[in-house]
Design a protein around this ligand. Structure first.
Ligand code: ATP
Ligand code: MG
Length: 329
């Protein structure tokens, strides 16, 4: 079986973007791959976090993975901070990554504009830690949203560079983007991607939002004023809502245009909201059940951390040997 790795930051409650762009795809891949799904808490502190909140969000995130349908007995769900090999390999890979390469990363540019009071070195080397995450497990495939394309490319470059010097140490990973929903946009600024760390509460649908909140947010979604449901470059707001509706219902743009040919934006927005509720309601029910089951979740965390540590340790030792660190006695 081939290996798959992916992860999410515990920087907020997951959004519909995280779900449609990544999580939804994860669920269908477990038959084909050995999957490692990480809660990337090391990455999360590249932006300042409140400790108690980070701890809670990390646990909620792990439970959301399970609530979304990922079987924690078949897949390895774990916290990045429980596997120290991530940080160790990341250091080594830092020494094989150029400042110039990292300077070109658009996520760094976006995040340093947003957090101009805290442009720390971790934010800059974020992609190197991500490369370490992926390469540690000799991953063949990495399912992510389109915003992570550049980070996957640098991961491949770093791996190829390292292999070029030391022989075939790392598997070169391939990205996996889902057909629909790879880039869900903000409901308030449809030219910006939806993000779980957005401060504007109306910008994103959270996976834990109740039905009335979901409908309200869609009703407030920014659109143009011509009131026609048409898929067009010039209508980023409506196009985004159509993309969401298409990702959930599986219909094509032409079919959606036809379906709403005689309705205005008001009716269409409610229909989009209802399609989202139909997916999120069962997920939320499962999440509530899991929240009441502390021992079960604790068990998963413990067993999976051991599994991840074992797999990661194998690659780390090989790398340490290759670069010339002394053997342990
Ligand atoms: P943050 O704002 O803290 O960076 P985020 O919403 O961007 O949060 P990440 O943890 O950075 O979430 O990314 C988790 C996964 O979700 C990645 O695979 C990423 O590609 C995907 N993703 C994030 N935002 C979107 C989006 N708007 N549309 C589709 N996929 C997305
Ligand atoms: Mg992000």
């Amino acid at each position: 079986k081939k290996t798959l790795f992916s992860g999410m930051q515990a920087t907020g409650t997951l959004t519909l973007g995280n779900y449609l762009g990544a999580l939804k795809n994860w669920v269908v891949l477990e038959e084909e791959y050995d999957c490692f799904y990480c809660v990337v808490d090391l990455h999360s502190i590249t932006v300042r976090q409140d400790p108690a909140q980070l701890r809670k969000r990390a646990r909620d995130l792990l439970m959301l993975y399970i609530a979304a349908g990922i079987n924690p007995e078949k897949n390895c769900l774990y916290y990045q901070s429980h596997v120290s090999a991530h940080a160790e390999l990341s250091w080594i890979l830092n020494c094989f990554t150029y400042m110039g390469e990292l300077n070109r990363m658009t996520q760094f540019k976006d995040k340093s504009e947003k957090h101009s009071d805290n442009i720390n070195a971790g934010l800059f080397t974020y992609p190197v830690l991500m490369a370490a995450d992926i390469l540690l497990f000799q991953s063949d495939v990495v399912p992510v949203g389109a915003d992570q394309k550049q980070h996957l490319e640098i991961t491949r470059d770093i791996a190829q560079r390292f292999n070029g010097i030391y022989g075939d140490v790392f598997t070169i990973p391939e990205p996996y983007f889902g057909k629909a929903g790879a880039r869900v946009m903000s409901l308030q600024e449809p030219t910006k991607k939806m993000s779980k760390s957005d401060e504007n509460p109306n910008a994103g649908i959270l996976l834990t939002d109740k039905p009335d909140v979901i409908i309200k947010k869609f009703k407030r979604a920014v659109t143009d004023s011509d009131n026609q449901v048409i898929y067009s470059e010039d209508k980023p707001g409506i196009r985004n809502l159509m993309d969401i509706y298409m990702a959930i219902t599986g219909s094509s743009a032409a079919e959606v245009e036809k379906e709403f040919e005689n309705s205005g934006y008001g009716d269409f927005k409610v229909a989009v909201g209802e399609s989202v509720i139909s997916v999120l309601k069962p997920l939320q029910d499962r999440f509530d059940d899991l929240s009441k089951n502390k021992d079960y979740i604790d068990g998963i965390i413990k067993t999976n951390a051991e599994k991840a540590n074992y797999a990661a340790g194998k690659t780390l030792r090989k790398v340490q040997r290759k670069v010339g660190f002394p053997d342990r006695i």
